[in-house]
Each structure stands twice: as C-alpha cells, then as structure tokens.
Design a protein around this ligand. Structure first.
Ligand code: ZN
Length: 132
C-alpha cells in the first residue's frame, strides 16, 4: 500500500467537522442542504458525486426516520397511547423534521464514507501516485 499524504483518519476527522476532506478548509456547505460545487480552499470538486451524495443522504434519512420516529409512533398507536390520526400526523411531521435537522450531519457522513473508502481519489493523494 502506498503512502498517502492525507490519511483516512484525517479525512474522517475533517469531514465530520464539515471541512474539506482534501485540504481541511472550513465551509464546504453552500447551505443547509447543499455542498459548494468546489472547495473554497483547494478547488476540489465537491459535487462530483452530487446525485450519489444527496441520494445516499436522503436514504439514510428515511431509514433513521423509520427507526427513530415511525416505529416508536406505531408502538404507541398499538398500545393506544396515541390515536390513529394523531400518530400519523406525528409520524409525518417527526420524519420531515428529523430529516431536515439531521441533513447536514448525514451529508457529512455520506461524504466521509465515500472519501474514506476511496481515499486515493483525493487530489492531494492522487497527485503523489502520478509523480512517482
Ligand atoms: Zn479543499
């Protein structure tokens, strides 16, 4: 295995804090739901995997909403703690709220997983292999 200037643990730490995995520059988020097209620090393309990142994030959001909101609400409805329609309303509102609030965090995780798995893809790391 070749030595990479940016290690996987560095990538993980940077991305978890909302920083660019390549240079560690802060501010890869354009807004709550979107990444900048390129990193303001190093110019790396952040949206290269755009559809994949956002699709992955939304999927993770759904799964979390089911586990954290839908299932508990269903149990409460079955136990007759909540009425049927109140349960439905809480389930929908809770899922939307959860996905919205957690979106940037989930997006960080998806970007993190992507670049940790493919650490060689970072410009900082890819350049080294070509020079030698
Ligand atoms: Zn950067």
């Amino acid at each position: 295995m070749k030595n990479m200037p940016v290690t996987r643990s560095q990538i993980a730490r940077r991305t978890l804090l909302g920083r660019c995995p390549n240079c560690g520059c802060f501010g890869i988020f354009k807004n709550w739901f979107r990444l900048h097209k390129t990193c303001p620090g190093c110019g790396m393309e952040l949206e290269k995997e755009e559809s994949g990142f956002y699709f992955g994030t939304t999927s993770v959001g759904y799964v979390l909403a089911i586990i954290l909101v839908i299932i508990p609400v269903c149990i409460l409805v079955v136990l007759e703690v909540l009425g049927m329609w109140l349960g439905v309303a809480i389930g929908i509102a809770g899922s939307v709220l959860l996905c919205t609030l957690l979106y940037p965090i989930l997006l960080c995780w998806v970007v993190l997983v992507y670049y940790t798995v493919q650490a060689e893809e970072l410009p900082e790391n890819a350049g080294v292999g070509e020079k030698k």
